[in-house]
Design a protein around this ligand. Structure first.
Ligand code: ATP
Length: 234
C-alpha cells in the first residue's frame, strides 16, 4: 500500500533520513522505533509531503506521491496526526474537527462523521464549543486523533501519540489506535514507548541514524536480544 524506496531527507548539512526503505501493507499496524533523532518524525513528514526528498521515491497504492503537495496526499487517503498534538488552540473542538474534513466535498457525510466522533469521544462532545487550547493534554491528543480520522483516511500516521500523557490516557489512546486498525484503517505509528509499540504492532522497523537497522514482526522484535538490551531495558 505504502512504499518508501531509498528515501533521503536532508536539513542543510544534517541528514534526517538516509536511503530509507520501508513498506506498509493494507490493514497492517506498523511501528517505527528508535532513539531521539533516528529519523522517525522525518519519515512521517516526508510521506505527508512536508519535507522535500533529496533522493528516492514514495508510492501509495501504486501512485507516486513524492513531490506531490500535502493537500493532494491527504486526498489520496493519508492522514497525519503530528507530534505534540498540534490542535488549533484558538478554535473550538468542533472547528478543529471541521478542519480535519476541509478537503472533503461530501459535507453531509462529514457532518455525520463528526457526530460519530462525538459518540466515540463523549468528552469532546461535552467540550465541543470550548477552545481546544483549554483541553487537557490527553483530551487534545484525543482531538488530534479524531481530527485525523475526519478525513476518512485509508492510512493514518501517528507521531508519538502517548508523549506526555498520564498513564490512564496512554492506555486509552493505544486502545483507540487498535480500534482504528480493527475498523480496517492501516496505521503507521512512531512511538517512544518501544515496548507498548512492539506489543501492539504487526511489524516494526528499528531506525538508527536515519537508516533501518532491524525489521521484523512484533514477536521477532520483542525477542531480539539487541532490541531488548537497548530499547526494552533488558
Ligand atoms: P525525535 O523522537 O527526537 O523526534 P526522530 O527519530 O523523530 O526523533 P527526527 O525528528 O526525524 O528524529 O530527526 C532526524 C534528524 O534530523 C535529527 O538529527 C534531527 O536533529 C534532524 N532534524 C529534524 N528536523 C529538523 C529541522 N527542522 N531542522 C534541522 N534538523 C532537523
Amino acid at each position: 500500500m505504502l512504499k518508501l524506496d531509498q528515501v533521503t531527507v536532508r536539513y542543510g548539512a544534517t541528514v534526517g533520513i538516509d536511503r530509507l526503505s520501508i513498506e506498509v501493507r493494507e490493514g497492517e499496524l506498523v511501528t517505527l522505533i528508535g532513539a531521539n533523532g533516528a529519523g522517525k518524525s522525518t519519515t512521517l513528514r516526508a510521506i505527508s509531503g512536508l519535507e522535500p526528498l533529496a533522493h528516492g521515491q514514495i508510492h501509495f497504492d501504486g501512485h507516486r506521491i513524492s513531490g506531490a503537495p500535502p493537500a493532494q496526499i491527504i486526498d489520496r487517503g493519508i492522514a497525519h496526526c503530528p507530534e505534540g498534538r498540534r490542535v488549533f488552540p484558538q478554535l473550538t473542538v468542533r472547528e478543529n474537527l471541521e478542519m480535519g474534513a476541509y478537503r472533503r466535498s461530501d459535507r453531509q457525510r462529514a457532518r455525520q462523521d463528526m457526530e460519530r466522533m462525538f459518540d466515540k469521544f463523549p468528552r469532546l462532545r461535552e467540550r465541543s464549543g470550548q477552545a481546544a487550547g483549554t483541553l487537557s493534554g490527553g483530551e487534545q491528543q484525543m482531538l488530534a486523533i479524531a481530527r485525523a480520522l475526519m478525513s476518512r483516511p485509508r492510512l493514518v500516521m501517528f507521531d508519538e501519540p502517548s508523549l506526555g500523557l498520564a498513564p490512564n490516557f496512554v492506555e486509552m489512546i493505544f486502545e483507540l489506535i487498535l480500534e482504528v486498525r480493527r475498523s480496517g484503517t492501516t496505521v503507521l505509528m512512531v512511538e517512544q514507548n518501544a515496548y507498548a509499540a512492539l506489543e501492539m504492532c504487526d511489524r516494526a522497523y528499528l531506525l538508527e541514524g536515519g537508516h533501518v537497522v532491524t525489521t521484523g514482526t512484533s514477536r521477532e522484535m520483542l525477542a531480539n536480544p539487541d532490541i531488548r538490551k537497548a530499547y526494552l531495558g533488558g
